[in-house]
Design a protein around this ligand. Structure first.
Ligand code: NDP
Length: 308
């Protein structure tokens, strides 16, 4: 059986070595070296190739190399083909690191100190205890819940919002559009960790910013198209929001003349909040192949109707 990898090529070599060690019976190949397309049963991609069904008539699972699947157009895929997104400990760990860094940076006024350093200003600001800062996590899925728990360990006052109701002991949770306003009104820092779907596109907009406390901040690690950048700049310029840390933009890479690059209250990172780590992800992929062969439920199977 053939497994094709079609994503970042340098990491393809790492995957190839891991498959050779852990699953030598699988014919692992890095795109475009696909061998006999009829033998391809598993394909892992960031962006799928065109005409999947014609190219790979015996394909059995399409894996997304990342946690999201918004880059995949389901319309172009055969209806029966399972699409599986990445759920693996390395990806979760790196997301926790990034969000903790971003929330702590804002909490401890690091953007202000960087601006002061540019002007050689030595000026101390009051240190507030973490339990005075309310951090709201938008999206209580595989990543959101782990991130929220880590933030709680740092003593932040956490709250969460999701599509359907969730119960997390000791954490106020909200769900659906009706309760979005109540959630936002309590977010001194908002962390966006929802998938990009038709319902969430453009969700980080003027209306949302106007419902947050004056001077609140944004950590955006979802997808670029969640954000209306003009609305963000307006909110930052008016003081409605104080800081924004953006790991994702639309488009990516962010064009050189985009005002977000040089806005003094924006920190941009190049979509690196979290990355699939082949060394840990290999076990999830092999487990999913085993489950598939035995007719068991797949880890990270995407619900095409929901879009995530
Ligand atoms: P999950 O599918 O496990 O969780 C998604 C969460 O978002 C769920 O709680 C879901 O609600 C909620 N949600 C979805 N749609 C809505 C909506 N319309 N309104 C309110 N809540 C909604 O995803 P993950 O936690 O694994 O990943 C989340 C996202 O993080 C990914 O889709 C990706 O976009 C982003 N990401 C970014 C990375 C980066 O490096 N910047 C890396 C990895 C992921 P419910 O539970 O009710 O279904």
């Amino acid at each position: 059986m053939t497994f094709i990898y079609k994503a970042e090529p340098t990491r393809g070599k790492i995957w190839a070595d891991l498959f050779a060690q852990k699953a030598p019976d699988i014919d692992f190949r890095v795109w475009p070296n696909i061998g006999d397309p009829k033998k391809v049963r598993f394909l892992t991609v960031w962006e799928p190739p065109e005409n999947i069904s014609e190219q790979f008539p015996n394909l059995e699972i399409l894996f997304s190399i990342g946690a999201g699947v918004d880059q995949i157009n389901f319309e172009t895929l055969p209806k029966h083909l399972p699409v599986v997104r990445m759920i693996e400990p390395g990806l979760t760990q790196s997301m926790c690191e990034y969000v903790l860094w971003a929330v702590l940076s804002i909490h401890r006024d690091m953007p202000t100190y960087h601006r002061q350093q540019d002007r050689k200003v030595w000026k101390a600001l009051r240190v507030w205890p973490a339990n005075k800062r309310r951090v709201g996590v938008m999206g209580l899925g595989r990543l959101g819940q782990v991130v929220l728990n880590q933030l709680r360990l740092m003593n932040f006052r956490c709250l969460g919002w999701s599509r359907t109701a969730k119960q997390i002991e000791g954490v106020p949770t909200f769900h659906g559009t009706d309760l979005l306003g109540s959630f936002l009104s309590q977010c001194d820092t908002l962390v966006c960790l929802i998938p990009l779907t038709q319902s969430t596109k453009g969700i980080l907009n003027r209306d949302v910013f106007s419902l947050m406390p004056e001077g609140a901040s944004l950590v955006h690690v979802g997808r670029g198209e969640h954000l209306e950048p003009k609305d963000l700049i307006e909110a930052l310029d008016s003081g409605r929001l104080s800081e924004a840390i953006l790991d994702v933009t639309s488009p990516e890479p962010l064009p050189a003349d985009d005002p977000l690059w040089s806005h003094p209250k924006v920190i941009v990172t190049p979509h690196i909040a979290s990355m699939t780590q082949p060394e840990t992800a290999i076990d999830t992929v092999l487990e999913n192949i085993r489950r598939f062969e035995q007719g068991q439920p797949l880890i990270g199977l995407v619900d095409r109707d929901r879009g995530y």
